[in-house]
Design a binder for this molecule. Structure first.
Ligand code: ADP
Ligand code: MG
Length: 703
């Protein structure tokens, strides 16, 4: 019998949360810190010293020896450098444990070794991490012992953002300011702060560690570059919500325990559609905390997998032909006094403020569909978007029957007089109660779906930070709010002006609303007729970040300067080129050192068999046919390998990152596909005993 877990007791036990602050900080200091956290007031250095001392004492009691400023550079993962609390030895040879306010507030990692996209030359090394006191500090326990982790933002010496966090915090300020403006117009005088809330659902795969270690492609690239489909895939839909196997259940238990200790409210867990695929969803939190927590969730999923003899794959498409993994970014806007601006109430047609907010979001998403699409672009997502069971690369909004009906009334008659109600669900079984139905069914195929009181942005890749998509959402919606306020603040008759504006936005941006099947080919054609962008690949999406429209938008709300946007464009092209280069090289390595030698060995054993069988007087036709088939595919594979080598070699570094990335996309990726085809066919023909790596069946069905 395993030990019983007391969730309420362990929850947040490793977090320097409000309760700990109240217990450990003098009242005045606590109040000053709360003012900084809640209202963004500058922190007095004296206060910082007291907070640092209390934080250190608390962490040391938990066994912490070091502290670190955790930050999120543009590498896709978090970065940290550990500093021990010890001071220089005193005369008597002993040391003290110290941590000052200055050390809490500011760190100075070398900025030159992180991607800066031309913002920083190698000799301009200075960069700063700044404490984001709105995201609580925590103690993390791992092989390195216990470490006090301080969530921070990372900027260059000249103040440019070099990370995911800084623009996110800026975008949160933008939406706070503009949403408050709008709320005041609607007569709200009490709410003091508006914050985007985010709940990311995280999908992942688990495979056996020993098998993982036999696949160079998984080790170096996170996905399989070769692999024939197993006889059984996901066609029976028997994995989704299926019973969780014991090995996985015990893994999930440990993941939850770690996350709860860190104050992360891991809430939902289930098997996903693909074999070996699972999902974890936390309860939503303020956007910046949700971003930090999601990084910790990904780290924890990986760490605990190792402890259970498994490997957690976060890649968007680890297996061809099987569902990929995404992250559903649930997003809403909430006031400090608990009003969700996306809550329509029971009669949305009467909720004018909601309709204004909703139509602003339609306008924002329609005008900046390219930016949203770009925010979900990464090399892995190129395999997922538009493929098997994933949202297409076209942005559209699902509103559901009820809201679409309200909008249609508004557009056609100018006023909405009623809202469709959900009615009652009759189960037809007397012993089961009848349910009150939701007013709207769900649509899993929409990339941006309204789900009751929030939008769910489903395009985001499973490995990516959710900071980028939320920066875009916050900023584009802030801008739509701002434009609406510009009109409404000048209006003589507010009621009339709101009414007209809702109608105008609903009419002008109706094209972005689509309630049908987003996975269908008809939608692709229909979207084209509507003039909606269909941006198919990362390389095509990247330029959206630095268009005049984007520079103006992000500049207006000081989320990104032009230089910051241009640097991000460079970094993204570079990341893409590097990722594909690694994939191509891994393929070349596996094909030339493992797969072709194994196949050659197999042809020899076939040839030996044929000679022996013929020597014994039998015809050996099956063996001869097989040898012919295998030899032909072997030739094809060899030729494709030579081409891939040539094409990859030619990808010289020209200094023009855009051209380089495009070359990888247009020349190297197809050459990789050309090598994969014959190899996957060979895998089916060749004796399993000689195939040099675990198959899809081994990886997906035998965890
Ligand atoms: P489903 O898979 O049915 O969409 P899940 O329970 O897996 O639902 O995940 C829903 C996610 O949405 C959770 O992370 C939840 O916290 C989040 N969420 C719920 N309400 C809101 C809200 N108002 N704002 C942001 N996120 C929310
Ligand atoms: Mg879900």
């Amino acid at each position: 019998m395993t030990e019983k877990m007391n969730v309420a007791k362990i929850f947040g036990e490793n977090v320097f949360n409000d309760k700990v602050m109240q217990e450990r900080l003098p009242k005045k200091v606590y109040k000053a810190l709360r003012k900084t956290i809640d209202e963004g007031k500058e922190l007095d250095p004296m206060v910082a010293d007291v907070v640092a001392e209390a934080m250190k004492n608390w962490a040391v009691e938990k066994g912490a020896t070091h502290y670190t400023h955790i930050f999120q550079p543009l590498t896709g993962v978090t970065a940290e450098k550990h500093d021990a609390f010890i001071t220089a030895p005193r005369q008597d040879g002993t040391v003290l444990m110290e941590f000052s306010g200055k050390e809490l507030i500011k760190g100075e990692p070398d900025a030159s070794s992180f991607p800066s996209g031309g913002l920083r030359a190698t000799f301009e090394a200075r960069g700063y991490t700044a404490w984001d006191c709105t995201s609580p500090a925590y103690v993390r326990e791992d092989a390195a012992g216990a470490i006090l982790c301080i969530p921070t933002a990372f900027c260059s010496y000249t103040g440019e953002a070099l990370d995911q966090k800084t623009p996110l915090l800026r975008s949160m300020e933008a939406i706070n300011e503009q949403a408050l403006r709008l709320l005041r117009l609607f007569g709200n005088t009490t709410s003091k702060k508006v914050t985007p809330s985010v709940g990311p659902e995280q999908e992942y795969f688990l495979v056996d560690k020993q098998k993982y270690l036999q696949r160079e492609d998984l080790i170096f690239t996170g996905r399989t570059l070769f692999g024939a489909m197993p006889p059984k895939g996901q066609e029976l839909d028997d994995h989704y919500f299926g019973t969780i196997r014991q090995r996985i259940a015990s893994y999930m238990k440990d993941v939850n325990e770690e996350l709860w200790k860190l104050g992360i409210s891991a809430k939902t867990q289930h098997n996903e559609v693909a074999p070996a695929q699972h999902e974890l969803a936390p309860i939503y939190a303020e956007a910046n905390i949700a971003v930090d927590h999601n990084q910790l969730v990904m780290k924890t999923l990986k760490k605990v997998a190792c402890q259970h003899g498994m490997q957690c794959l976060l890649h968007e498409k680890p297996f061809d032909g099987v569902n990929g993994s995404g992250k559903h970014n649930n997003w809403s806007i909430t006031t400090d006094d608990g009003i969700n601006l996306l809550d329509p109430g029971k009669t949305p047609h009467e909720n004018v403020q909601f309709l204004m907010v909703l139509t602003c979001i339609l306008k924002a998403v329609d005008e900046h569909a390219d930016l949203l699409r770009e925010s979900a672009a990464d090399p892995g997502n190129d395999h997922r978007l538009g493929a098997n069971e994933a949202p297409p690369a076209i942005i559209s909004v699902f509103l559901g029957e009820q809201l679409e009906d309200v909008l249609e009334q508004l557009i056609s008659t100018g006023t909405a007089t009623h809202s469709k109600a959900g009615g009652v669900l009759h189960t037809g079984v007397k012993r089961l109660p009848d349910f009150a139905k939701d007013a709207t069914d769900r649509n899993r195929t929409s990339p941006f779906a309204f789900t009751g009181n929030k939008f769910e942005f489903r395009m985001v890749g499973s490995r990516d930070s959710i900071a980028g998509p939320n920066v875009v959402l916050n900023t584009i919606v802030a801008d739509a709010f701002s434009q609406a306020c510009d009109v409404l603040e000048k209006a003589d008759d507010f009621e009339l002006a709101v009414h007209d504006l809702i109608k105008e936005y609903a009419t002008d941006h109706q094209r972005i609303v689509f309630n049908g099947n987003g996975y269908s080919d008809e939608w692709v054609a229909e979207a084209e007729r509507r003039g909606l962008p269909n941006i198919k690949s990362m390389v095509d999406a990247i330029p959206c970040l630095a268009t005049d429209k984007a520079v103006e938008l992000f500049g207006k709300y000081k989320v990104f300067s032009k230089a910051e946007l241009e640097s991000r464009v460079e970094i993204k092209y570079e990341n893409y080129a590097k990722a594909i280069n690694i994939e191509a090289k891994t393929m070349i390595d596996m094909a030339s050192k493992q797969i072709l030698p194994a196949v050659i060995g197999y042809t020899k054993s076939l040839a030996d068999t044929i000679l022996a069988v013929k020597g014994a007087g039998a015809p050996a036709t099956v063996q001869t046919d097989l040898l012919n088939d295998v030899s032909k595919l072997l030739e094809e594979a060899k030729a494709a390998l030579v081409t891939l080598e040539e094409v990859t070699d030619k990808a010289a570094e020209t200094g023009d990152m855009a051209a380089e990335a495009r070359y990888f996309h247009e020349s190297v990726v197809p050459a990789m596909a050309a090598l994969r085809t014959p190899v996957d066919k060979l895998e089916v023909l060749v004796d399993k005993k000689v195939w040099p790596m675990p198959s899809y069946s081994d990886l997906l069905f035998e965890v």
